[in-house]
Structure formats: structure tokens, C-alpha cells
Design a binder for this molecule. Structure first.
Ligand SMILES: Nc1ncnc2c1ncn2[C@@H]1O[C@H](COP(=O)(O)OP(=O)(O)OP(=O)(O)O)[C@@H](O)[C@H]1O
Length: 626
């Protein structure tokens, strides 16, 4: 692939939106079925090739086994009834034993088939789940900002058992089709005109099951967003994180009613869909029944008027009835396959958005060292927003500098930090790490050079060691490195006081787990940034929950703590950023001004206004001021 010219605007990253629309718009005709079946078989084969092969072989053996039992039984009867004499035990016993052995062998095969099927199903579900994780990990963070991605993710997560259902249905259908074929051959020999009649009568039945499959799939498609909303409310009502606030504000009844209303709407729609599916089934079956009754009446008429032999009419009638039953079964199986196929198509088209699909995105190697980070005229708008969060932002961060980013709420500080980490790509402008445009380098490699702690850092319900070690996953088992990071961030005393120290799970949801105070959590998060050996450190509000002494200590020693590294600091505490080499002031997504503290104060602009405002609040509280 050719790389775009250096000055060309960065193309918008592909999101799941494109794929979503394409998948939805695609006609869900029966013609798609072979490719859907191929995809499903491929997926199951990739997940569990051995189990799939064994499962098919066992199914074939069972099918053939039934025929063998039938033939052996026929042979046994012949032996028993030979010349009207009682057979000798020695002649008959081996045959009885052989029939018994084959029957019990078939029983064993059926039992083995069930177990293999269970393993096949679970292995396929696991494989499908892992592919979903691949997609979730590969898509740009931007995809998470779109409801359609979450809809598709939710459907993929619930549809992971569909490929195996489809393959199951396929194996069953092959058997049913073989049964139909046998009777069709017999009918062709007796009354050939009956075959096209029955085939024509099956058309409404087939159309019905296809429409029924589409109706069910449509129902799931329509309800995905509402189902996610309902599941979210369920999480709120049952989750640990929400439990405190839901109780404190007495929200349980209100949320419960909303959950229940959404469920009511879901059930109304489900009943409507079920009625539609039932109507389609009635119409299809009625058409088949009418044509059957007509054919049998005609057979009877032909027999009574002497145009066909009575025996032929009776045989054809019986074959017709069996055929009708088989056709119904077959059509049902085909309907199930089609229905599963619609979900499989939805599922596999989602998987297509995984690592393979984004492999050809520009992704050169990330620079190893850090000299300079340049933000050049960057504009960025969130997918869900209409106005840009950042407009024509330009700034520069040099190696070894401590740079501060300040501004009022919503001015774009966190957004800029996320763009620097290449979590989002700008719609226009460039972010250059030394000479490399970060849009064109491998994002994972680039992020290895950055230690970032966001305001909403994660509280992992895992051990204290992991909570720190995740900052540099290669050090997760290195207790000494973890301890050293904890000492630097001041988290060490709180962790050492835990019942199992660094082995304690930081969540009371798990046995032996304990929680930390918010300030202690913040120190743990800071330790995560310390353990990561990255040249650029981005700290987004790192001291919001720290006590004044801890905050003072951190900022007083920031140059020593991060000696040799470059620090980008986002803070609302103006006193803490005054020692930065350069301060950038963001306002409504734009850089309003920049310079060192003294320069900005002398200028008397936005920074000076906010700094003075904050300082005044402190001096008002100061009992020594008059
Ligand atoms: N995921 C999102 N989708 C749409 N708009 C967003 C999203 N995240 C943030 N915004 C909007 O982008 C703008 C910048 O937000 P950002 O979080 O960068 O501000 P901030 O300066 O870090 O604010 P704070 O000081 O409150 O942390 C805001 O107007 C915000 O409402």
C-alpha cells in the first residue's frame, strides 16, 4: 500500500459505522445462504477441527448404524421364519448378540456424540468470544463512541453460539434431505406427477420459514439498543459501583420501573413477532395440507375410476403422507439454518472488522527515543459531538521539560492528552513524535513510550501488585519493582497495611479483598505511571484526591521523581503548575495563551484571572489575612 503524502490530511479512521451500515443494507436473501454456511463451517472448523470431524463421523455412523440394525433385524427375522421351523439356538444366538452389540454400540456412539457436541459447542463459543475480543482490542477508541458499535458488540456477544447452531442444523438437514430424496425416488416410480405437486406446495412453507427467520432477526436488530439500555439499568440496580449512590439517592424504585417498562416494551414486540411468525407458519402448513388433501383425493378418484391400481394409489398416498412430514421437518431445519445464518452473517461481518481488516492501515514502527512532541494545528470532534473539542491546537513539548495544561472544565485538556496517546486521531492537523506523524505509526508501539494516568483511571478488582504492575506488564511479577514504584508514589504504607500486602485483592467483592480510600487509589495509579519506563509521562489531574501534604510533596519533587523524563501535567490547581517550564492555557478547545507562570501573570489574561481567583479563595480562608 502506498503511504499518503506527508502534508495530506489524515483520512478519518474507519469505524464500525461503515461496516454496520453495509451489513444492514445487504439483502438477506436465500442466495446469501451458501456463503453464510461456508463462513459458519469455517469458523467452527477453525475453532475445533478435531471435534467437528469426530462429530460428523459419529453422526454418519449413527445414520448408517440405523440402516445396519434394520438390515440385521430383517436378516434375523428371515432366520427365525425359515421354512416355518424353529431355528437352532446356535444359529440364531450370534445374530441376536450381533444386533444387541450394534444397538448398544449405537447407544455408546450417541452418548459420545452428545459429549463431543458439548465440547464442540463450548470450544466454538470460546473461539468466537476470542475473535470478539480481537475486534474490541483492534478498533479505534472512536468506535466506542458510537452506539452502533455497541449494538454490534452486544449482538456479537449474544450471537456467538449461532455458528454452531447453524452447523448442527446443517448436519441434521443433510439427513432429512436424504430421507426426502428416498421417498421422492419412490414416488417418481409410482406416480411421478405427485412430485411437482408436493414441491409446489412446499414453496409457501419455505417462504414462510424464511420470512419467519427474517422477522426474528429483525426483532433482535430493532431491540438491540433497548436491550442494552435495559441491561445497563440492570447493572445499575445490581452492580457494586452504583450500589452506594443508588441507595443514597433512593433510586431503586425509579430505576426498577424504567427497567420494567423497557422489559414490557420488549415483550410487546416479542409477542408481535411471535404472532407474525405463527401466522406465517399457519399459512405455509395450510398450503401444504390443502395440496396434500387435494392430491390424495385425486389419487382416490383415479383409483375409483380404475385409472390406477388401488395398491399403487394406497402406496402413493402413504408415501405422500410420509413425504409431507419429512418436508415439514426439512423445511423447518432449513428455516433454522437460515435464521441462524442471519445472525452468523451479522456476527462474521462484525469479526471482519478485526485485526486483519485494519492490518493494512498505515503503521510504521514507532520512534524509540523522545526528542520533541509537536501538536500542529490539530482539530478534533468526537463522533457523538457536533462542535470540535479541539480547534487548531498547536503546542510543543521538548525532552526533559515539565509542561502544564490548564483550563476550565470542558476546555479540551483530557481530549488533547488522549490524542497525544494516539487513542484518537485528529480530523485535521498532525501530531509528530520527533519526525514521525503519530497517525502513521503502530499505536501500540507508540503507547509503550508513554506513561499516562487519566482522571478516571481503573480500579482493577485484582491484587495490589497487579494494580501497580499493569503500568508495565512485563514487571507485573516483579515485586521489588512494584514496591519501588509504590514507595515513590506514597502508596507503600497503605498497601503494606493490607492483610496480605501486595497480594491483597483491591475489591471486597472477592474473598479476602479490601478497598482503598480514593486518595490511596490515586497513589496506586501514580505508582502505575512510575513503574512504566516511558520517556513521556502524562498525568491528568494526578492529585485531585491527594491530601495537601501529598500534593505539595509530589509537585515539589516532580522533577526529581521523573528525572530524565518529560512530563505533561494537567491540573486545576494553579499553584501546582507554576513551576512548569511552560504552561498552555486551553479555552473552548483552543490554546488561549502560553508561557511560563511569570509571563502569563504579566500578560494579565485568562491564566492570570484564574490563578488570581484561586489564590484569592485561599487567602480569604487564611486567618492571617485581614
Ligand atoms: N466522548 C465524548 N463525546 C462527545 N463529547 C465529548 C466526549 N468527551 C468529552 N467531550 C466534550 O469535549 C469537550 C472537551 O472535554 P475534555 O474532557 O477534554 O475537557 P477537560 O478540559 O479535560 O475538562 P475537565 O477539566 O472537566 O476534565 C467537552 O465539551 C466535552 O463535553
Amino acid at each position: 500500500m502506498t503511504s499518503p503524502p506527508a502534508d495530506a490530511p489524515t483520512p478519518p479512521p474507519p469505524t464500525c459505522e461503515d461496516l454496520y451500515d453495509e451489513a444492514r443494507a445487504r439483502p438477506k436473501s436465500l442466495r446469501l445462504l451458501p456463503s453464510i454456511i461456508r463462513d459458519a463451517v469455517r469458523l467452527v472448523r477453525a475453532a475445533a477441527p478435531r471435534e467437528l470431524a469426530i462429530s460428523i463421523v459419529l453422526k454418519l455412523i449413527s445414520g448408517a448404524g440405523l440402516a445396519v440394525v434394520f438390515l440385521m433385524g430383517k436378516n434375523l427375522m428371515a432366520t427365525l421364519l425359515t421354512d416355518g421351523q424353529l431355528p437352532r439356538t446356535v444359529d440364531v444366538l450370534p445374530k441376536i448378540l450381533a444386533v444387541a452389540a450394534v444397538i448398544s454400540g449405537l447407544g455408546l456412539i450417541a452418548a459420545a456424540g452428545r459429549e463431543v457436541r458439548e465440547i464442540l459447542s463450548e470450544t466454538t463459543a470460546r473461539y468466537a468470544r476470542e475473535r470478539i475480543i480481537d475486534v474490541a482490542a483492534a478498533v479505534e477508541l472512536q468506535a466506542y463512541e458510537t452506539p452502533s458499535f455497541h449494538d454490534r458488540l452486544a449482538r456479537a456477544a449474544t450471537g456467538q453460539h449461532r455458528p454452531i447452531q447453524l452447523v448442527d442444523g446443517l448436519i441434521g438437514t443433510l439427513g432429512a434431505v436424504a430421507g426426502v430424496a428416498g421417498i421422492v425416488v419412490a414416488l417418481l416410480a409410482i406416480q411421478p406427477w405427485l412430485v411437482p405437486v408436493v414441491a409446489a406446495a412446499s414453496v409457501p412453507l419455505i417462504a414462510g420459514v424464511l420470512k419467519a427467520g427474517q422477522a426474528l432477526f429483525g426483532f433482535h436488530l430493532r431491540m438491540t439498543a433497548a436491550t442494552r439500555a435495559r441491561n445497563y439499568l440492570f447493572e445499575l440496580l445490581t452492580g457494586k459501583q452504583s450500589a452506594t449512590e443508588v441507595r443514597a439517592f433512593g433510586l431503586t424504585d425509579h430505576l426498577r420501573t424504567r427497567h420494567s417498562d423497557l422489559y414490557d416494551a420488549h415483550m410487546v414486540e416479542l409477542r408481535r413477532t411471535a404472532r407474525e411468525r405463527f401466522r406465517l407458519a399457519v399459512a405455509g402448513n395450510l398450503a401444504l395440507a390443502i395440496s396434500l388433501a387435494g392430491s390424495i383425493a385425486l389419487l382416490l378418484h383415479l383409483a375409483l375410476t380404475g385409472r390406477i391400481a388401488l395398491a399403487d394409489a394406497a402406496t402413493a398416498g402413504a408415501a405422500l403422507l410420509v413425504l409431507a412430514e419429512r418436508i415439514m421437518m426439512t423445511v423447518m431445519s432449513v428455516g433454522d439454518i437460515y435464521e441462524s445464518g442471519l445472525f452468523v452473517e451479522d456476527f462474521t461481518s462484525f469479526l471482519a472488522f478485526g485485526p486483519a481488516a485494519i492490518a493494512d492501515r498505515a503503521s510504521g514502527p514507532a520512534p524509540r527515543d523522545f526528542g520533541r512532541l509537536v501538536v500542529d494545528d490539530v482539530t478534533f470532534t468526537y463522533p457523538a459531538a457536533t462542535a470540535p473539542a479541539l480547534r487548531n491546537v498547536s503546542l510543543e513539548v521538548g525532552a526533559g521539560e515539565v509542561i502544564a495544561l490548564v483550563g476550565e472544565n470542558g476546555s479540551g485538556k483530557t481530549t488533547l492528552a488522549k490524542l497525544l496517546c494516539r487513542l484518537y486521531l485528529p480530523q485535521s492537523g498532525q501530531i509528530r513524535w520527533d519526525e514521525a506523524d503519530t497517525a502513521t505509526v503502530d499505536p501500540d508501539e507508540l503507547r509503550q513510550n508513554i506513561a499516562v494516568i487519566f482522571q478516571d483511571f481503573l480500579h482493577y478488582a485484582l491484587t495490589a501488585r497487579e494494580n501497580i504492575g499493569f503500568g508495565s506488564v512485563v514487571h507485573v511479577d516483579d515485586l521489588e519493582a512494584v514496591r519501588a514504584a509504590a514507595r515513590r508514589s506514597g502508596a507503600e504504607p497503605a498497601i503494606s497495611a493490607l492483610p496480605e500486602g501486595y497480594r491483597t485483592i483491591l475489591s471486597p467483592e472477592f474473598s479476602g479483598g479490601r478497598d482503598l480510600s480514593i486518595g490511596q487509589w490515586q497513589r496506586v495509579a501514580l505508582a502505575r505511571a512510575f513503574i512504566r519506563d516511558a520517556p513521556l509521562v502524562i498525568l491528568d489531574e494526578p492529585t485531585a484526591a491527594l491530601d495537601p501534604r501529598a500534593e505539595h510533596d509530589l509537585f515539589a519533587s516532580i522533577r526529581t521523581l521523573y528525572a530524565g523524563r518529560t512530563v505533561l501535567l494537567i491540573s486545576h490547581r494553579y499553584s501546582t503548575v507554576r513551576n512548569a517550564d511552560r504552561i498552555y492555557v486551553l479555552r473552548d478547545g483552543q490554546i488561549a495563551e502560553h508561557g511560563c507562570h511569570e509571563e502569563l501573570m504579566a500578560r494579565g489574561g485568562h491564566y492570570a484571572e484564574l490563578f488570581t481567583l484561586q489564590a484569592a479563595a485561599y487567602s480569604d480562608l487564611d486567618p492571617t489575612t485581614d
